[in-house]
Ligand binder design. Structure first.
Ligand SMILES: [Zn+2]
Length: 480
């Protein structure tokens, strides 16, 4: 009998249900039958053929949900680690994004999908803006369907206007062929930005989304790219609604936040991204003031980790950092923090399920919901003991290497730190071919230059205390 059809019983774990009351069970059990959470409680008797998983010393919680990840870019993992946003735009939008063939989108998506489930991210929005043709889109979905995670394809194409690609008959044909009838393992959104052209050409694409009944996800409030004009155009034309996901929403005025709040939208915060690329300050401190719903995301592995533990940790840090700074500017001291680790865990689970309008199915460990369950446990790690503050432990101590077991839709996809039926070797081969191809296309000099943007000169401050020439040699590497 396959692991799919046998019941699964997590025994004796610290269970974070993430239900509406955030109920926690110590030494609790979670029983999964037929892909559904059948029981959450204590001393649950194992059905005869159940797979029992010893969760003692570990944390059982709902799978993590990422609402914005450019999975096709995983093929270029780490390449842009030192980029700014404008360097990214030049590389992908203007120079090299169009070199990606369908098989390159497939390669990135396959590795990115494996990366997600391995790290306990059971649902991922693939913000797929490299779909220059429906052949590319087919390739993206081929990869997503090969990996047993829950995915939402955010269909986009940075090489054309959304009013162009969404009007093509093959776009609607693609949805019919590849998305319709796939249920909640493969969802669909339209992914495009609204830079603020007063003629609002994006209107046609929003109308297509409305006709199809699909959500729009859009990079909003991105310094130098999208701003209040885009939000205003969307609002005035009636296209802001509670299905809309605003990615980043960093550089916006209160007026725009009010419009998002009033229409029930969700903001996907990618703190790792905003902190180094330059979209604007990670917005949770502002969103809180407007009571706007938050989900978390990691954006792209071309720069950052594909890891929602890091997303939670950086988001808590950025929010607290801002709160302290705002107070210090007024000569005040923060004596109690708004941003709690518990809230970050909520954003990484329920925040995602609410944003995706899948909250009745996933996001918490409650009877009747789909069984997307992860166990964080690592007996060999000194960091997994003691577990005193459960939410604090998830956010500040745990990491993706501690993800012991992952169950998605009732199926064990990772057990005892090992992916089940892993396609990793296949993904590595495909990505290697993509890397070789792009490197060849670009030539060695361009390839190297893209990875190592120029470093601006650091202007040293005058130091009145200098009375000797001192050189530690610590910066010798910069002189090479
Ligand atoms: Zn993005």
């Amino acid at each position: 009998m396959s692991t799919n059809s046998r019941p699964i019983l997590f025994k004796n774990g610290l269970v974070l249900t993430m239900d509406n009351s955030h109920k926690i069970l110590h030494n609790g059990d979670v029983l999964v039958v037929d892909g559904i959470i059948k029981e959450v409680g204590y001393n649950i008797a194992a059905p005869a053929d159940a797979i029992e998983i010893d969760a003692s010393g570990g944390i059982v919680m709902p799978g993590l949900i990422d609402t914005h990840r450019h999975m096709w870019q995983t093929a270029m993992r780490g390449y842009g680690a030192d980029w700014t946003l404008s360097q990214y735009f030049v590389w992908y939008y203007l120079q090299h994004g169009k070199s990606f063939r369908p098989q390159d989108v497939y390669a990135g998506n396959l590795l990115g999908a494996i990366e997600a489930i391995d790290a306990g991210v059971t649902t991922t929005v693939d913000w797929s803006h490299g779909l220059q043709s429906t052949d590319h889109a087919d390739a993206a979905v081929d990869a997503l369907e090969e990996i047993p995670g829950r995915f939402i394809l955010g269909y986009g194409n940075i090489q054309a206007g959304p009013w162009e690609w969404s009007a093509k008959p093959e776009f609607k044909d693609f949805i019919k062929r590849r998305i319709d009838g796939k249920g909640d393992m493969l969802g669909f959104q339209m992914a495009f930005d609204v830079p603020g052209d007063p003629t609002f050409p994006e209107k046609a694409a929003f109308e297509v989304a409305r006709d199809l009944g699909v959500a729009v996800t859009t990079h909003a409030g991105v310094w130098g790219a999208t701003n209040d004009d885009g939000i205003r155009l969307m609002y005035e034309n009636g296209f802001m609604n509670e299905n809309t996901i605003y990615v980043h929403a960093s550089t916006l005025t209160d007026d725009s936040y009010n419009r998002i709040a009033a229409t029930g939208g969700n903001v996907s915060v990618s703190t790792e991204s905003e902190q180094s690329a330059g979209q604007g300050y990670p917005s949770t401190w502002k969103l809180r003031q407007h009571d706007i719903q938050v989900s978390l995301s990691m954006d792209t592995s071309v720069w950052w980790s594909g890891d929602l533990f890091t997303a939670m940790r950086t988001t808590v840090g950025a929010d607290r950092s801002r709160e302290h700074l705002e107070a210090h500017a007024k000569k005040e001291t923060i004596s109690a923090l708004h941003m709690r680790c518990e809230e970050a865990v909520d954003w990484a689970t329920r925040g995602g399920s609410r944003a995706l309008k899948m909250d009745s199915k996933i996001g918490s460990l409650e009877v009747g919901k789909k069984a997307d369950v992860i166990l964080i446990k690592n007996d060999a790690s000194p960091v997994m003991f003691p577990i005193l503050n459960s939410y604090g432990h998830v956010v500040m101590q745990a990491q993706r290497g501690d993800v012991h077991t992952v169950v998605i839709d009732g199926r064990i996809v990772k057990q005892n730190h090992q992916l089940v039926d892993s396609k990793l070797a296949k993904a590595k081969k495909a990505v290697q071919e993509t890397v070789d191809y792009l490197r060849e296309q670009m030539g060695e000099e361009t390839w190297e230059a893209g990875m190592h943007p120029e470093v601006p000169e650091t202007k040293l401050n005058e130091n009145p205390y200098t009375y000797t020439t001192f050189d530690s040699g610590s910066a010798d590497w910069k002189k090479k």
